[in-house]
Design a protein around this ligand. Structure first.
Ligand code: ADP
Length: 142
């Protein structure tokens, strides 16, 4: 059924992430799909400077930490190595998720959602932005 599952993760939110990843892994196993984890970081001045100076490898602390956390998460996932990959993007989650979804030809996006509360109604701003901008199925895990 699914061939490519994109799982955008807010790696600072461990509980939320763990829950969404569980569902994604289950579906990936069922349909032998590839799985891509993605974390989107805000564009920081450190990153802009490192590119402007011609040293794109000089990453800022946030992206180094994000990459470490993503690697750990990938290692903890019970799927064959070649089936899981990860990437980091910079910008707004909504837009970058749409870009990566088309890069990996995602046929399903799995995201977490906070419990509905009075301030966010049923979906928070990231989650609703992702749902509205995606041109594929989105599973919101609660
Ligand atoms: P909001 O509070 O605006 O709903 P959440 O923090 O609840 O946003 O995020 C909902 C989901 O959106 C997360 O579980 C994750 O799947 C995705 N998400 C949020 N922020 C990011 C991010 N920076 N990078 C990748 N995915 C994200």
């Amino acid at each position: 059924m699914y061939k490519s599952i994109l799982v955008p993760v807010d790696i600072l939110e461990e509980e939320l992430t763990g829950n969404a990843v569980k569902h994604a892994v289950y579906l990936a196993k069922l349909s032998d799909a590839n799985m891509r984890l993605l974390h989107v970081l805000p564009i920081s001045s450190a990153i802009i400077n490192s590119y402007a100076l011609g040293y794109p490898e000089l990453k800022d602390k946030a992206s180094v930490k994000a990459e470490e956390d993503l690697k750990k998460l990938v290692d903890s996932i019970d799927l064959p190595k070649g089936q899981v990959s990860y990437s980091i993007a910079f910008g707004s989650p909504r837009d970058e998720i749409a870009v990566v979804a088309s890069e990996v030809a995602a046929d399903l996006i799995v995201i977490g959602s906070r419990r509905p509360n009075i301030t966010t109604h049923l979906l928070g701003s990231n989650a609703s932005g992702i749902v509205r901008y995606a041109n594929t199925c989105v599973l919101v895990v609660r």
